[in-house]
Design a protein around this ligand. Structure first.
Ligand code: PLP
Length: 385
């Protein structure tokens, strides 16, 4: 099916962060929300819940867990036992509660910047201390960015207790190859390090890449790992609040089942209904959305080559976020500020993702081709001044 961004006049009626943060003269390509209309099966499920006044407390219904397990099997050939999953409010809560149960206060937790900015805050919230092992630019084969396996090994050997993996990786749209995830699992297991794998972008893997669930790579991964999943990113349901802890060993399942019942009760009922509908009946819509995103990913390459040739960009292979290197424009460490003030385009400052992001910006591709073109035109006009 064809999925297209809604017109600006309609988008501006939304009250979410993307459309509520800036005045109408700003094109908002910052926060990771999509401009497409909600998938029809999700809208229908939510309307039906309202029609039956199903607005009470969340009950013990496990349909979303079974829907996720069926999705994982069909989509990724990954067998998930619904009994070894639990739900909670959102992916951030999965990360905090998983880490809190895996580490002692003051333990070091590794992240791989440039990476999703809240990681820098979720780790201290769980009592941990952030240890950075930046991604390597260039990668093993020179084709892009990659995990620094030697750096990870040093951090693990040096006493880090957990690794918060972003799989696929925001902001680079990096889909980690299976062999690298196997190596991570082996290294972490060898050094007694636990892995929390944030897989919220997984359903948004592009047609030219293959997502590998961390817990599918080895017995070691299953023994040491907890994965975080949600339909929130791929189906634009962040405001509805539901995510899953996923485990694949008796030890880790026991750990998440030992979490207080309150952690699960904080799942939103509408979030659970919407996530179930997404996993059960949302694939056709998601394929359409991915088609539009991949078209914009390529359009951005063309626009940059044509209008901003000094901007470096490697096309993402997952999600709808483009990581742009603006250093050659000479706009300093925080070009997003100037672009907002003078070109009236809102992007995320690269520095928010770690010091490695100075001079970079993150741009959201889940918009119409017209909005993307207008945004690049505005930035190019600024560059041409
Ligand atoms: C890597 C990553 N993890 C987690 C989240 C947030 O998920 P949630 O809204 O379910 O907490 C995002 C949102 O963009 C993300 O990119």
């Amino acid at each position: 099916m064809t999925v297209e961004a809604e017109p600006l006049s309609r988008l501006r009626q939304r009250t979410s962060e993307k459309w509520g943060e800036y005045p109408d003269d700003v094109l908002p390509l910052f926060v990771a929300e999509m401009d497409y209309p909600l998938a029809a099966p999700i809208a229908q499920a939510l309307h039906a819940a309202i029609d039956r006044s199903d607005t009470g407390y969340i009950g013990p219904d496990d349909r979303v867990k079974r829907a996720f397990a069926d999705y994982a099997q069909t989509r990724w050939d990954w067998t998930v036992d619904p009994a070894r999953t639990r739900t909670t409010t959102d992916v951030s809560v999965v990360i905090v509660e998983a880490l809190r149960s895996l580490i002692e206060p003051g333990d070091r937790v590794v992240i791989t910047p440039p990476v999703y900015p809240p990681f820098f805050e979720l780790i201290p919230e769980a009592g941990g201390v952030v240890e950075e092992v930046p991604l390597l630019e260039g990668g093993a084969d020179g084709a892009g960015w990659a995990l620094d396996l030697a750096g990870l090994e040093r951090a693990f050997a040096g006493g880090a207790k957990a690794f918060l993996l972003c799989n696929p990786h925001n902001p680079l749209g990096l889909v980690h190859p299976r062999a690298e995830l196997e190596a991570v699992a082996a290294l972490a297991a060898h050094h007694g390090v636990s892995v929390v794998s944030d897989e919220v972008h997984a359903p948004l893997t592009h047609s030219d890449a293959t997502f590998t669930p961390f817990l599918s790579v080895s017995e070691e991964a299953r023994r040491i790992g907890i994965a975080a999943h949600s339909a929130s990113k791929a189906w634009n349901l962040a405001g509805l609040k539901c995510a899953l802890f996923v485990t694949a060993s008796a030890e880790q399942a026991e750990r998440i089942h030992a979490l207080p019942v309150e952690v699960e009760v904080r799942t939103s009922l509408f979030g659970r209904i919407a996530n179930e509908a997404a996993y059960r009946s949302g694939q056709e819509w998601l394929d359409g959305a991915l088609h539009a995103i991949e078209a914009n990913r390529m359009l951005l390459s063309v626009l940059l080559t044509d209008r901003l040739p000094h901007v470096r960009y490697r096309e993402p292979h997952a999600s709808y976020l483009a990581w742009l290197d603006l250093r050659e424009l000479g706009w300093g460490d925080r070009p997003a500020k100037r672009i907002l003030e003078e070109a009236r385009v809102a992007l995320v400052a690269g520095e928010d993702f770690g010091a490695q992001g100075a001079g970079f910006v993150r741009l959201n591709l889940a918009c119409s081709p017209e909005v993307l073109t207008e945004a690049i035109d505005r930035i190019a006009a600024l560059a041409g001044r």
